[in-house]
Design a protein around this ligand. Structure first.
Ligand code: ZN
Length: 117
């Protein structure tokens, strides 16, 4: 389950941002290239965050499609998968220009009124 390394990195960032405050929600954006499953990531996060400020946080994952750019015909296309074929001309000369990001979009704190941000 490769979600564990993501969950650990995520917890690191969440804890820094929370600065000791209780976290109830975590929103993550990840490109399709990471092949993350929301259920598995949430489960991994639950395990690594046990005992931390994010122990009760609910995790949600937004998966972004891969954006492919063709070097032969310059067509840009979105793909849910890393199929390296241009849907416009069928050439295998595509670069992945997006879909490899992995970032913490936002966290939800237990007491939003006390949050200066
Ligand atoms: Zn093409």
């Amino acid at each position: 389950m490769h979600e564990f390394s993501y969950a650990e990195a995520l917890l690191d960032t969440v804890q820094r941002r929370a600065a000791g405050r209780q976290v109830v929600g975590v929103r993550v954006r990840a490109g399709a290239a990471h092949r993350l499953d929301e259920g598995s990531l949430a489960q991994a996060f639950e395990l690594v965050s046990a005992g931390s400020v994010a122990a009760d946080a609910e995790l949600s994952l937004v998966t972004l499609p891969m954006v492919l750019e063709c070097r032969a015909c310059q067509a840009r296309s979105e793909s849910p998968d890393a199929l390296a074929l241009c849907p416009a001309c069928g050439e295998a000369t595509v670069d992945v220009t997006s879909g490899e990001e992995f970032l913490l979009e936002s966290i939800e704190l237990a007491e939003p009124a006390a949050d200066p941000a």
